[in-house]
Write a protein that binds this ligand. Structure first.
Ligand code: DGT
Ligand code: CA
Ligand code: CA
Ligand code: ZN
Length: 579
């Protein structure tokens, strides 16, 4: 929405002006930013209908501001702002992206240490100059360096699984405010994208006069370090965690339409709008209209239905064929978290995990799972306690004992024997075939030689999958989001080989792995390759990550049938094993 873009620019203009010691102007711009953030109507529409005069008539918008808005609508740029950036070359927007740095601190850093950008900031922190400033300390200095590192690696995008609990909590707090009857996370976080640029929250309020209280609360939450804009229906802030969050308030009759609009994706929205137009209707964030009469808007299903579409789950809304599938009644019936009966990748104290086998069994039983596969690392990873054939046998005896204890208690649950066996450079496996043959399920994985050229890397994986004992290929591309790139592979050849050899490919639920990525999962579905959705837990706490793997699988159009650990244990074993 153009209003938000302009509000952000005006807020930045005010921050620049403030650094230049202008007494009045900065406040005028930040006030204008707030007013623009509050507008119900799109500035483009206001301008189209009433020209520059209509802009000038807005409260708090003077002639020169109206001109700037007009310029932005026409050219997508404001020269005054571009010049300000050049003249006082402080990179405000990058600096505020560093966790913990708000405009006040940035101003102080500029005045005292002439810090204009991230490079200056890093140098001053490394030279231990920042700790000497009033209001800063050694800890702040350390955090600044950490924040810079994070920004460099992530490009400012946050890993969903790590930010999700905070998003949920803020949503719940807003839901509890007086007058709020519903609140939802929207945007990329609702679509469960692996990383998110910012967070978007919607709240339903029937009485407009209570909105001020909610906005006061939102803009003064303890996590807030900068308020970009505050209005009666939308506000936008930065949290000390470095992420921005937008809150929008919608009335009952528009809530569903707003939820669709702000869930996105943008491309999905554009396609929906085209369908509306074809039917002679108009769709926007306030509803679906026939001429000026609303015919839908209250709920998402109502809007989709009125467009002649089946309801589209948020994870699919990327304009990658979901609208066509919905029109034709061909959307997949997506896997759900409750469908998962077992977890097939778990590291225990035997190698680099934090908990014992029994701890995991108890935690998994509590979660309602029916089985887990113990998959400690193999001997090549000796440094982290990788198991050799002998130790693996010994672990098997402990598992037998634990299964007896569980059975004696009359609990329907089974611990399966497995391993995460290293794939060596040439594609052979780290453990002897006869030792692997005794296990219930064997996972194989790459943990070395990440830099082989694509041809050899692909051959290496295919050779591993050709081993009759290799049941599941764990985290197939070995990427770590924001840290390590995926290995170079011919992914189509790998998927083809998985199909031919009957190897299952894993969707690893760990928030920074989510390996396979959505697009590759979808190829598996199209090809008929089986997948498993595992947590890769190194602690019982990590069992909670399952929902992110399930979401990733949903983004890859996976339905229950192709997930091996959505089957009861005997069926799972029958499906996953090659021999
Ligand atoms: P992010 O924040 O980069 O991870 O991605 P989103 O998808 O959350 O994007 P965001 O926060 O910019 O906007 C939230 C939703 O609002 C987006 O998914 C779709 C909707 N939206 C934003 N701008 C536009 C637009 O210009 N046109 C349309 N049709 N929808 C938009
Ligand atoms: Ca967003
Ligand atoms: Ca947003
Ligand atoms: Zn691993």
């Amino acid at each position: 929405m153009i209003n938000e873009e302009i509000a952000k620019i005006f807020q930045e203009i005010s921050e620049y002006l403030e650094m230049g010691e202008e007494p009045f102007k900065p406040r005028a711009y930040s006030r204008a930013a707030r007013i623009i953030g509050e507008l119900e109507k799109d500035l483009t529409d206001i301008y189209k209908e009433g020209g520059e005069k209509a802009l000038k008539d807005l409260p708090g918008i003077g002639g020169s501001m109206a001109e700037k808005i007009e310029e932005y609508i026409k050219t997508g740029k404001i020269k005054y702002f571009e010049d300000l950036k050049k003249k006082a070359p402080i990179d405000v927007s990058s600096l505020t992206a560093v966790e913990g740095l708000g405009p006040k601190k940035i101003k102080q850093l500029y005045k005292k240490l002439d810090i204009k950008n991230i490079e200056d900031l890093e140098k001053a922190a490394k030279d231990k100059k920042i700790r000497e400033l009033e209001g800063f300390g050694e800890k702040t200095e350390e955090n600044i360096l950490k924040g810079i590192d994070f920004l460099r690696q992530s490009g400012g995008r946050f890993i969903l699984g790590y930010i999700y609990p905070l998003a949920q909590e803020i949503k719940e707090r807003i839901k509890k405010r007086k007058g709020v009857s519903k609140a939802n996370i929207a945007g990329s976080a609702r679509r469960m994208k692996e990383t998110v640029g910012d967070l978007d929250v919607l709240a339903l309020m029937d009485k407009e006069d209570e909105a001020a209280d909610v906005m006061d609360y939102f803009t003064s939450m303890p996590e807030v370090i900068n308020v970009y804009s505050k209005g009666s229906t939308r506000s936008s802030v930065r949290l000390k965690q470095g992420i921005d969050i937008d809150l929008r308030i919608l009335p009952k009759e528009s809530y569903g339409a707003g939820l669709i609009y702000f869930t996105g994706s943008k491309d999905h929205n554009i396609e929906l709008r085209k369908i509306a137009i074809k039917k002679g209707l108009k769709l926007n964030e306030y509803g679906l209209f026939k001429r000026d009469k609303a015919i839908a808007g209250k709920s998402e299903p109502e809007v989709y239905e009125s467009l002649g579409l089946d309801f589209i789950p948020p994870e699919l809304r990327e304009n990658t064929g979901e609208i066509e599938a919905s029109l034709n009644g061909e959307l997949p019936h997506l896997i759900e978290e409750k469908d998962i009966l077992g977890d097939l990748q778990i590291q225990t104290k035997w190698s680099d995990g934090e908990n014992s086998i029994m701890d995991y069994a108890e935690a998994a039983i509590k979660k309602g799972l029916k089985y887990i596969l113990i998959t400690d690392h193999s001997k090549r990873l000796a440094m982290i306690g990788g198991l050799d054939e002998k130790k693996l046998k010994k672990q098997g005896k402990e598992i037998d004992k634990i299964n007896r204890i569980i059975a004696d208690k009359g609990i329907d649950f089974r611990v399966l024997k497995g391993v995460e066996c290293d794939i060596l450079k040439d594609g052979s496996l780290d453990l002897a075939d006869d030792a692997l043959a005794e296990l219930d399920i064997v996972g194989v994985a790459v943990h070395s030689y990440f830099n082989l050229p694509a041809v050899s890397q692909t051959e290496r994986l295919i050779k591993a999958m050709e081993n009759k004992n290799a049941d599941i290929l764990f985290h197939p591309t070995t990427r770590v989001i924001n840290q390590r790139k995926a290995i170079d592979l011919d992914i189509d050849a790998v998927i083809e080989a998985a199909y031919k050899t009957g190897t299952t490919l894993e969707v690893d639920s760990f928030p920074d792995r989510l390996d396979l990525k959505d697009e590759y999962i979808r190829k598996c579905v199209e090809k008929g390759v089986k997948v498993s959705i595992d947590t890769d837990a190194h602690s019982i706490k990590h069992l909670d990550y399952l929902k992110f793997g399930v979401a990733q699988a949903r983004r890859g159009w996976v339905s229950k049938e192709s997930v091996i650990n959505a089957w009861p244990v005997d069926e799972c074993l029958r499906k996953v094993r090659k021999v």
